[in-house]
Design a protein around this ligand. Structure first.
Ligand SMILES: [Zn+2]
Length: 394
């Protein structure tokens, strides 16, 4: 499609306002962006002419002449793609980033980027056909990997062997003929929180992503902070001890080697081996294996060994968070990705460590909460990623 977008900062602000707050009358838009009536009419006129904004029906009357509501045009359609350790999720959204339809399929990401992205494109094609969606306005992509943002490519990703340096952004942009941006999943989930989650009310927040890999998305002054080489928030491989457990990155004693889902399962199996947990032994009977969900269920059922190993991981996470919240001074910490049953125990212990060990200036009124978003958060975040780019002034 031809590249359309705002022509100046006022048009960009109007588009983002309509994206985030929904349909508005001209009067409300003028009040919100502080433009004169004449200027507002001119800028809205340009956005309508470009097919980015349209009339949505009559607004509630304030007396006098009835005005009409404006909204992001129906032809504006974004897609979010979230690659996971073992699946790919694809969604189409409207211009307000509401998910219109989504698909998830298991994929073996270790086969490399080409077959995985081909699956994602296939799913996206099916969704577009079902909904009758033509050219896409833009596509955002979340990868479970460190991503060189400017290059749009993953960098030495332990979870995606064979993907190092592959130009995911350029490959998808060439296939789809629209703008594409790629980022790591912790950053994209932070954007999802900013769009529809608890983070919406905060200009400065930390999003701590747990699960197979651990990362942190950092929103400062309302903007995602990536740092000089897009390595900000890559806390999973901070080394806590030189002689700690082996990590997927090849080093020893990384935060992830203590606190990831795999680490919890490893410790749970050790507890079974040492005869410390009848509940975990029962869950692993027959297969000799456990999942992180098993650990969560045993903890919720009151198993002391399962609770202790979750608390132990949470204590280490808490100590790292103490450093982060004192350095960054966020308005809130949002924790996502914890397996069901694991989250509440982990949260209680993390809070206890952070509040006990931090000076009151940084944590006096700091809420630490679990994310309340469902598993579409990464796709909404990916759509937000690309819409921030498309709805930006040139
Ligand atoms: Zn590591």
């Amino acid at each position: 499609m031809t590249c359309v977008g705002p022509e100046n900062p006022d048009q960009a602000r109007l588009l983002r306002l309509l994206r985030d707050d929904g349909p508005r009358s001209r009067v409300e838009l003028g009040d919100a962006v502080g433009l004169s009536r004449t200027r507002l009419v001119a800028e809205v006129g340009r956005l309508v002419a470009q097919g980015l904004v349209e009339t949505a029906g009559p607004a509630a009357s304030r007396g006098g002449r009835r005005s009409s509501l404006l909204r992001v045009a129906a032809r504006v359609r974004f897609a979010g793609i979230a690659v996971g350790p073992a699946q790919v999720d694809v969604a189409l959204t409207d211009g307000e980033l509401n998910v219109l339809a989504r698909r998830r399929e298991p994929v073996d990401v270790r086969l490399g980027p080409e077959p995985t992205l081909a699956r994602a494109l296939d799913l996206l094609g099916k969704l577009r056909a079902e909904l009758g969606v033509g050219p896409l306005t833009g596509v955002g992509v979340a990868l479970p990997a460190p991503v060189a943002f400017r290059e749009g490519a993953p960098v030495s990703p332990p979870a995606l062997p064979g993907w190092h340096g592959y130009g995911v952004r350029d490959a998808l942009a060439a296939e789809l003929g629209c703008p594409v941006l790629v980022d790591n999943d912790a950053n994209v989930l932070a954007l999802g929180e900013q769009q529809t989650g608890t983070g919406r009310a905060f200009d400065d927040f930390l999003y701590l992503k747990l699960g197979t890999a651990i990362g942190c998305g950092l929103v400062l002054g309302g903007t995602l902070h990536r740092g000089a080489t897009s390595g900000a928030g890559a806390i999973g491989h901070l080394r806590l001890a030189d002689d700690g457990p082996r990590c997927a990155c090849g080093e020893n004693g990384c935060l992830e080697a203590y606190c990831s889902d795999d680490a919890l399962v490893r410790e749970a199996l050790a507890a079974v081996g040492a005869g410390r947990s009848a509940a975990l032994a029962a869950r692993s009977a027959g297969t000799g294996t456990l999942t992180v969900a098993d650990v969560g269920k045993a903890a919720v059922a009151g198993d002391a060994a399962a609770q202790a190993l979750i608390r132990d991981a949470a204590r280490r996470l808490g100590r790292v968070l103490v450093g982060l919240v004192n350095f960054v001074n966020p308005g809130i910490v949002i924790i996502g990705g914890a397996a069901s049953g694991v989250g509440p125990t982990m949260l209680a212990e993390i809070r206890s460590v952070v509040y006990r060990r931090s000076p009151p200036l940084a944590t006096g009124s700091l809420p630490i909460v679990l994310s309340d978003l469902d598993d579409s958060a990464a796709m909404v975040g990916a759509a937000r990623l690309i819409s921030d780019n498309v709805f930006a002034a040139p």
